[in-house]
Design a protein around this ligand. Sequence first.
Ligand SMILES: [Zn+2]
Length: 140
Amino acid sequence: MLVNSAVITGKGADTAKGRSPQEVSQIRELLKARYDDLNAEYEEAVAENQRLRLVEIGDAAGDDQADSGSKTAERDAATSLLRTLLDRRTQAEIAMQRLDEGTYGNCESCHNPIPVERLEVFPSATTCVHCKANRERRAG
Ligand SMILES: [Zn+2]
């Protein structure tokens, strides 16, 4: 006689601790959307940067000192925006990798899964709201 072995125990979920597969794929969608947004913004910023450089080269001959100063400032701002976007894009990329490894989205302090709603607003959050509040209370 066969023993009924069809009862599946809680084992087998090798995703983030305590997180359902549905939630994991929800987070993946969030991170992917964020990555795509940042990627589009980055490409726009690259194009803008190139445009500024071309204007600068084209104008250089007739510039007085003040003019070229403000253009440098404009270009510096564009360059720093570029760096910021690249940074954020890299963070989104790393978050997706960590999600695949099952290490993304858990509180580094209490190790509970950080709620999806929080990750949606703060994708780079590394603590849950409770631990964050505790830390701030201690720090302040
Ligand atoms: Zn926590």
